[in-house]
Write a protein that binds this ligand. Structure first.
Ligand code: SF4
Length: 215
């Protein structure tokens, strides 16, 4: 006889992989739609919006056409086109680098900074939801995402910069204390899971294979 309220049979590994894939896909679609709605309101294209968000937080040496092209995996010509549009909209300006007058540094104008602040609010939709989950769950999810990215990077499918687990300075076997289980050779310091970085400006990553997608 069939049991009432029986738990659904556990799926095989491939089912689980497919469910994770669908979850990531839906989340990424939802974030794209949210970003698109914000950019429409501000009369920017998605790539112009991403440039504004990047420029608002990037170090001076990364605020150049070449660095943007590298960061977003675009040609310098495509970046120059978007940069000219943002200059026309009075959201950014170009200034000469102190020791290299031909290599211009991009800076947000006052209205550019204000707009970048408004646009970055779209992230709060997800961040506010994440805030309600237990720390242990979030640490496991963060580690899982880092390892997934690492695995794709090792296969030469993508190239991500700034993550400890991909950095040549990173050593996973630190000390037995979980708060010191990792080691950074650059800063000569030990740290735990929560201090793992996603966007470290000092990260060193070996050169990717050709056709690798930068993220
Ligand atoms: S803190 Fe920065 S330099 Fe150190 S291991 Fe992490 S990514 Fe690399």
């Amino acid at each position: 006889m069939k049991k009432k309220n029986a738990a659904p049979a556990a799926g095989n590994g491939k089912d689980l992989d497919m469910k994770i894939f669908s979850g990531l896909e839906r989340l990424s679609q939802a974030l794209r739609v949210l970003l698109w709605e914000v950019t429409k309101k501000k009369n920017l294209s998605p790539i112009q919006t991403q440039f504004m968000l990047f420029l608002a937080n990037a170090r001076e040496d990364r605020r150049r056409v070449g660095a943007l092209a590298e960061e977003f995996n675009l040609t310098p010509a495509t970046v120059s086109g978007a940069v000219k549009t943002l200059i026309r909209k009075k959201l950014i300006t170009l200034k000469s680098a102190p020791h290299d007058k031909r290599n211009k540094i991009i800076a947000l104008t006052r209205s550019g900074k204000s707009l970048a602040g408004q646009v970055s609010a779209w992230r709060s939709v997800l961040l506010d939801n994440l805030a309600g989950f237990p720390s242990g769950t979030k640490e496991n999810v963060m580690l899982f995402l880092m390892r997934l990215i690492e695995s794709m990077q090792k296969q030469g499918i993508i190239r991500v910069k700034g993550m400890c687990v991909l950095c040549d300075n990173f050593h996973a076997n630190g000390r037995s204390d979980p708060r010191k289980q990792y080691y950074c050779a650059l800063s000569n310091s030990y740290f735990g899971v929560r201090e793992l970085k996603m966007n470290c400006p000092n990260s060193i990553v070996k050169r990717p294979k050709p056709n690798t997608v930068s993220l």
